[in-house]
Design a protein around this ligand. Structure first.
Ligand SMILES: Cc1cc2nc3c(=O)[nH]c(=O)nc-3n(C[C@H](O)[C@H](O)[C@H](O)COP(=O)(O)OP(=O)(O)OC[C@H]3O[C@@H](n4cnc5c(N)ncnc54)[C@H](O)[C@@H]3O)c2cc1C
Length: 479
């Protein structure tokens, strides 16, 4: 009886969805349903096979317009079906894994550039655009939006915004939050709202920030207006090796404090410096972009600071090589991608990235390294590649090869995160700088937010009373 009722409800929902977006935009194909069970995260890949609960989605829906998206959410609210927004599926924390079945709403058919405003330096596009497609279109007109994550080819605007992403040039151009002027969002009830695409405003709280980093839990982002820049005349690299990590950090701190604006500023710890760059010490690569005179001037100033901190000049070549390989250099070749790690071996790996102030970033590196390597079979190395006047971001590769079975790998994965994130929180850092929360870190959200987590939950309940949007994520309740 129960089963018959569910089948009947499923059929009604299917017919409603077909009426909303057309039969060609609703899939119940088992192969497609299976394909959307995971994302690029370790958990997304292993969960379907292991003890963590996950339900097969009922439908994959591909709306082509904001109106269709609104109708899908309205229906989902009526049928109380969970909705998981999905863009590139390249998230590494499992944020797009549809835990409780229902609808996976793939935004990739909303992939149009709506306007490029060359006078006011903005682009408006739909949220399903893959980042690199947008970048190519802008480059053809002499512009860049300067958001170049290593996942540029496989992630999209919706994912960048909902995941609060950072590109490799973020030290100069900022994270995605500082690039967005306005957004269009479909709320869980199906209501469409827009934030005003102006350079700045003092009219109350900025609602863009409610949806940036919301990981699909508060609505579906359908459009965004982002700032763009004329392509730089030149981009120049310079690399250094410092006697130790502390000296490299001091150089970074003084470069930022001096008001220099590097596009990239990457520092490797001693392990990564040796393994990746064959350098004994702490490797730093630095780039400036813009017009030649200003670039030369900044480079000269940075060089003087680096020298004063004991940096040996390695010239432009290592940085230029890194730039050429920026989309392929994510994982060291000997360790494979997380995909290989999960599939072919019992290696468990993740980048447990964080951000913290200059005062304790070095201590976070030290203590996280000690905490994770206490777990047998763990290796740890890190680089630091997004900088602010107030501190920086650490990007550690944590890999464990001590598990003896697939099940143990999942336990080991969480054990590593408990150790690493525990150290971060003790010292005052954040649980994530740009990879987001997803399934991996959701249990840490109450500690990250403290008393303000209740305020966040209140907003969630108010916007999404039936808890249809990506339930069980960001530390919110499941179903
Ligand atoms: C090889 C590789 C390199 C990477 N490099 C970087 C990097 O340099 N910088 C970085 O920040 N990240 C990086 N990542 C992580 C990943 O690319 C980012 O988290 C990115 O923001 C995910 O975008 P996506 O389009 O793949 O989103 P998805 O994985 O599809 O979704 C991510 C989250 O956003 C939600 N979502 C998606 N679209 C919408 C929408 N339209 N409205 C509301 N919610 C939505 C989903 O529900 C999910 O919660 C990398 C990943 C890989 C695999």
């Amino acid at each position: 009886m129960m089963e018959n009722q569910q089948t009947l409800r499923g059929a009604i929902a299917y017919n409603d969805l077909v009426a909303a977006v057309g039969a060609g935009n609703v899939s119940r194909n088992p192969v497609e349903l299976q394909a959307y069970l995971g994302d690029a995260s370790f958990l997304g890949m292993v969960m379907p096979k292991h003890k963590l609960r996950i339900d097969m989605p009922d439908f994959i829906v591909f709306p082509e317009t904001t109106e269709q998206t609104a109708e899908v959410l309205r229906l989902a609210n009526v049928h109380k079906l969970p909705v998981t927004p999905y863009c590139g599926g390249a998230g590494v924390q499992g944020a797009a894994v549809p835990l409780y079945g229902g609808i996976v709403l793939d935004v990739k058919k909303m992939d149009k550039i709506l306007a490029i405003d060359e006078t006011n330096l903005t682009v408006t596009c739909q949220s399903g655009m893959i980042g690199q497609t947008l970048e190519w279109a802008l480059n053809a007109k002499g512009y860049t939006y300067a958001h170049i994550p290593q996942s540029s080819y496989c992630s999209g605007i919706g994912g960048f915004l909902a995941g609060h992403s950072a590109g490799v040039l973020s030290t100069k151009y900022g994270k995605i939050a500082s690039m967005v002027l306005g957004m269009e969002v479909v709320l869980p009830t199906g209501r469409v709202i827009r934030t005003r695409a102006v350079p700045q405003s003092a009219a109350g709280p900025n609602l863009n920030h409610l949806f940036i980093g919301s990981e699909g839990t508060l609505g579906v982002i359908t459009e965004a207006t982002l700032t763009i820049h004329p392509l730089p005349e030149v981009r120049q690299f310079r690399s250094y090796v410092f006697p130790d990590l502390h000296a490299a950090f001091e150089a970074a701190r003084k470069i930022m404090r001096r008001g220099l604006v590097p596009g990239t500023l990457r520092i490797s710890d001693l392990v990564e410096s040796l393994e990746f760059y064959k350098q004994d010490g702490s490797f730093m690569t630095l780039s400036f972009d813009g017009f030649k005179e200003l670039v030369d001037l900044q480079e000269r100033e940075a060089m003087a600071i680096a020298r004063a901190e004991g940096g040996k000049d390695l010239g432009p070549e290592p940085g230029e090589r890194w730039w050429q390989h920026r989309f392929t250099s994510v994982y060291p070749k000997d360790q494979g991608t997380p995909l290989d790690m999960g599939r072919h071996t019992f290696n468990v790996g993740n980048v447990i990235e964080t951000a913290g102030s200059f005062t304790y970033l070095e201590a976070i590196h030290q203590e996280m390294g000690e905490a994770v390597t206490r777990i047998p079979g763990t290796t740890f190395k890190a680089h630091f590649s997004h900088w602010y006047k107030t501190g920086g971001m650490m990007y550690p590769y944590v890999v464990n090869s001590g598990a003896a079975s697939d099940e143990e790998m999942v336990d080991r994965y969480f054990e590593l995160h408990r150790a690493a994130v525990g150290a971060v929180l003790r010292l005052g850092g954040t649980i994530t700088h740009h990879h987001g929360v997803g399934l991996t870190l959701r249990g840490f959200m109450p500690r990250e937010f403290g008393a303000s987590f209740e305020a966040l939950q209140t907003i969630k309940h108010a916007l999404d009373p039936n808890n249809i949007m990506n339930p069980g994520k960001l530390g919110f309740e499941g179903r």
